[in-house]
Write a protein that binds this ligand. Structure first.
Ligand code: SF4
Ligand code: SF4
Length: 398
């Protein structure tokens, strides 16, 4: 975080009447050069986020946040970003496309239909977006400073307690879809959001403000019906405890046996409510090189992944968001995906099912030698491996 500008520096800031002509074009050119697709500004008025924070609190009270208890702890910071950056007046909100395949919807549909595959969510196949977006935001802050003089700013990406979607919506970057994600008509929803909190007055960034976007979901309900776990309580409301993204990434304990079959071959995250969204035919390819697919993560198979040990997990996911879930959750998820594969493959020519069964048994045998796991983690993974091996009996899913 850069230091807030001193009073003397502040007085040197350009006044609205003195704004350099072409400021908007200059900053957007800088932003595009950093890989951002779009940016807009919104004034952090005292009541701007009051309604969104109230809705978030009500959502948490219903229990829909599961064990994401940190959401409750930082509610006041979400309502008042000045707690994150003293004197914060304006947020610059940016979008960064992350797709690296133009035919991604067809590719994902084919992968999800193949029980031998283990699918890592599209956004996590490149480098860790937290690092990429934060670094690009910091460079954006420096570039804005070159145009407007020194100012205070703080880059926020996902892990900071900021209501990114609400800020992006207020900045005019799109509307919140029924799948709860930000959509716009030019990019769909396959982009990351980043926020640069600044202590600049909105007047300094007026060329970047725009009117809030209209909603364009209309009568569509494709995301609600496509969700494999029926995680949507209704339009715009998600029960995270049933969402595969939450279960495979955020949740640390056992996965309920009743929900394991519904994960199918989704190993890390889930893209279904975006894959079916008609606006995502406008989703754009990433311009940032760090979002290119690494290590063939769009082609991963259950049989291969079952041979990976801790060192492989560390090596492949160094610098990736997947590393954040840790080895125990990775193995837990893999066991569930392998069990689902085994159940589906039992009716087909036996080679692949035999291979998966053998590798699951190897993992079960090796588990006691996995010294990277704590006793509790090892027990959890063991329960999921036992469940996976039992799936071959072909018992129907609950
Ligand atoms: S990410 Fe997947 S599981 Fe979660 S709400 Fe969307 S479709 Fe449902
Ligand atoms: S799938 Fe339909 S309802 Fe869901 S977010 Fe997209 S447009 Fe809106």
């Amino acid at each position: 975080m850069a230091q807030p500008a001193s009073l003397a520096q502040r007085s040197a800031l350009a006044q609205p009447s003195e704004l350099p002509s072409g400021l908007l074009a200059s900053l957007q050119q800088v932003a595009r050069g950093l890989g951002f697709a779009d940016l807009a500004a919104v004034s952090l008025d005292p009541d701007l986020l009051a309604h969104s924070t109230h809705q978030l609190a009500a959502w948490i009270d219903k229990g829909y946040a599961g064990d994401m208890t940190y959401l409750q702890r930082h509610l006041s910071l979400r309502a008042q970003p000045q707690g994150l950056l003293p004197g914060a007046k304006t947020a610059l909100v940016v979008t960064l496309n992350y797709l690296s395949q133009s035919d991604w919807q067809a590719h994902e549909a084919a992968a999800l239909a193949d029980p031998g595959r283990a699918v890592v969510s599209v956004y996590a196949r490149g480098r860790d977006y937290h690092k990429v977006v934060r670094a690009a935001l910091a460079r954006l802050g420096e570039a804005v400073g070159e145009h407007l003089g020194p100012f205070g700013y703080r880059a926020c990406v996902d892990s900071a307690p900021v209501l990114e979607v609400s800020l992006a919506q207020a900045a005019g970057l799109g509307w919140r879809g029924k799948n709860t994600l930000l959509l716009n008509r030019e990019q769909g929803s396959m982009f990351f959001l980043g926020v640069l909190l600044t202590d600049l007055p909105i007047e300094a960034l007026t060329p970047l403000t725009r009117a809030p976007a209209a909603h364009h979901c209309g009568s569509c309900t494709a995301c609600l019906t496509a969700c494999p776990t029926k995680a949507f309580v209704g339009p715009y409301e998600l029960d995270a405890r049933r969402c595969i993204s939450y279960l495979t990434i955020e949740h640390s304990g056992d996965l309920e046996e009743s929900i394991r079959p519904l994960l199918g071959n989704r190993l890390y995250g889930c893209d279904d409510c975006q894959r079916v969204c008609p606006w995502n035919k406008y989703a754009q390819l990433a311009s940032h090189p760090d979002f290119q697919i690494r290590h063939g993560l769009d082609q991963t198979t259950v049989a291969d992944l079952l041979t990976w040990r801790h060192a492989d997990f560390q090596r492949v996911f160094q610098g990736s968001a997947v590393l954040r879930i840790g080895y125990a959750r990775w193995l837990r998820n893999l066991a569930v995906v392998a069990g689902n594969g085994l159940r589906s493959l039992v009716q087909q020519p036996p080679d692949l099912a035999s291979l998966i069964r053998q590798r699951l048994q190897d993992r079960r045998t090796q588990l006691s030698s996995e010294t990277e796991l704590s006793a509790a983690e090892s027990a959890m993974v063991g329960r999921h491996l036992d469940w996976a091996l039992a799936q071959e009996s072909g018992q129907p899913s609950p």
